[in-house]
Each structure stands twice: as C-alpha cells, then as structure tokens.
Design a protein around this ligand. Structure first.
Ligand SMILES: [Zn+2]
Length: 303
C-alpha cells in the first residue's frame, strides 16, 4: 500500500476504489462494503474487521480539503490487516487476538463527490456540474462541501438551531463551497447514511479524522461521557498531539457532536497534520508515522 501511495500526488475516488480492490484481494478476512451512495451515485465505502461488539468506527474524507485523511485511513487499514495476517502487534494493539471478539469499521471517504470536485473540478459533478460551477465561482480548489454545496460536518443534528444562527451571523445563507449546513439536519445522503450506520451498530466510540492542527477534540455538551477527557489525553499523548479542552466558542452540527449527544458515548475529532489546507499530499507519510500509535490505540482503548 505504501508503494501505491508513495507514487501518488493525490488520493481521489479512483485511488480509493483501486486500493480497496487491492486490500480485498490481499486480505480475504477484510470485508469491503458500502453504506450507500452519494447523490452522484458514488459508493460510500467501508472496511470491516472482526465481528461482534464492541465496535469502533473511524471516519475520514468528510471535507473535500481533508482528503489526505482518506489515504491515512486506507494505509492504516493495510497495516492493520498485515499485522493481523502475520500475527504481529501494531503498537499497543494485537489485531489477530483483538478482532476475535471485537470489530472495527473504517470509512475512509464520506464525501467522495466533494473530493472529486476539489481535485478534478466541477465537471466531475455530473448532473450537478453547472450548480457546482456557479456556487464555486469557477474555482473549486477551495471546495469543502458535497456536490449539493452542503458542508457535511454542519449537517448533523447537534445544536443545529445555534449553528444556523451562527451561519446567518456570518452571512452564510445558501449552499456554497463550505460552511453551509443545509436547510435541515441529515438532509444529505452522506450524513443520513452515517447516522443510520450508528443507529444499526451501537459503536462503543467513534473517531472522525479531519485536517489540520495536530489537535484532538472530545467534548460536546452535557452528554460528554466522564471518561472521554482521560481517553482524549491518552490518545493525544500517543501522537504528541494536543487534547483540546472546551472553549466558549463551541462548534455545532459535527459528526462527533451528534454521536456524543445522541449516545452519551465517546466521540473524537482528530485534526491531523499542521499547515494550510489542503495539506501537501506528500506529507501523508510523516503524518501517518506520527499518528499510527493513536490510530492503533483508538481501536482498543476503552472508556
Ligand atoms: Zn474537516
């Protein structure tokens, strides 16, 4: 997997499909599936390891400019599978033993339409190409949203009314390249597919990967579990990242916010790397090296 990613200068939807096929061939015990399709018909691909509960969920590629997180999660899956096959540890995790009784679902690219728009332009948006062209003003290099111009990480049902107020205060009142959370929570197929997955499987914890900042967020409102802070500090420490305490300016509408509010179980947002988004793709290797211990610990850390 390293060879494939090392030669690449970006990681798009075709890269995800190719690497998924390679992973499936190389590791028959890895279950490659999808939780549904985007509005443009691209599958939202998932990798499942192990069976039964408790299960952990990893999500990446929520924002188009964070697409480096998709490559990181695919590479992590490959490392996890290789260690499982060879009965080797991955840092603190013993995959061969662990996945006998636990499971993990890794969803590397929640927003494939957005990633394609950012990397290859409005023409990749099919029936929505003209809409994207108009909303982006002809420049899709800063496109964060899905193909309908909805920011997926503002489309979850957590503090949605407050989020809408903040959007209006910032002059964001309609679909666009980013930051518009839609007209109602879960209006987008990507967000509803992810929420439905969480309604079907009682995940013990979830981790959403974004870029950038080398930070980890663990708090959302009164339903934040008491052990989340301790877990956040252990996870952050393993990657020498910073666990961020809640500040006055709480964000709303994000996936981890929704998960914590709805389930009362731990949800984390990890902001990988440092720099200006999109992070240069060539930096993936260095970022991965630093967060691999965090990714391995995240699978088996318990509240
Ligand atoms: Zn993001």
């Amino acid at each position: 997997m390293k060879d494939i990613l090392s030669q690449a200068t970006f990681f798009d939807f075709a890269s995800l499909q190719n690497t998924s096929q390679i992973l499936q061939k190389r590791f028959p015990f890895l279950h490659v599936s999808s939780i549904g399709n985007t509005v443009l018909g691209r599958p939202i691909i998932t990798y499942t390891l192990g069976e039964g509960d408790p299960a952990t969920l990893y999500v990446g590629g929520v924002h188009a400019l964070d697409y480096i997180t998709s490559a990181l999660l695919v590479h992590f899956t490959a490392q996890l599978c290789a260690c499982m096959q060879n009965r080797m540890p991955l840092h603190t995790l013993q995959p061969a033993e662990f996945f006998k009784r636990h499971s993990a679902i890794i969803l590397p690219m929640l927003n494939p339409d957005g990633v394609e728009i950012h990397l290859h332009g409005a023409k990749t948006a099919g029936i929505l190409a003209q809409t994207v062209e108009k909303l982006s003003g002809g420049d899709t290099r800063h496109w964060q949203a899905n193909a309908r111009g909805i920011d997926l990480n503002h489309n979850f049902d957590a503090g949605y009314t407050l989020l809408k107020k903040e959007e209006v205060a910032q002059g964001i009142t309609q679909p666009g390249p980013g930051k518009f959370g839609g007209y109602r929570p879960e209006s987008e197929t990507e967000t509803s597919a992810l929420c439905n997955l969480c309604r079907q499987i009682p995940f013990e914890k979830v981790m959403a990967f974004h870029s950038q900042g080398e930070e980890l967020y663990w708090h959302y409102g009164p339903n934040t579990p008491p052990d989340a802070e301790k877990m956040a500090h252990s996870l952050a420490k393993s990657a020498t990242y910073t666990a961020c305490s809640p500040s006055g300016m709480a964000a709303h509408g994000g996936f981890k916010d929704w998960f914590i509010q709805t389930t009362g179980r731990p949800g984390f947002t990890i902001e990988v790397g440092k720099g200006k988004n999109p992070l240069p793709f060539a930096s993936w290797k260095g970022i991965y090296k630093r967060i691999e211990p965090l990714m391995a610990l995240g699978i088996h850390i318990t509240p």
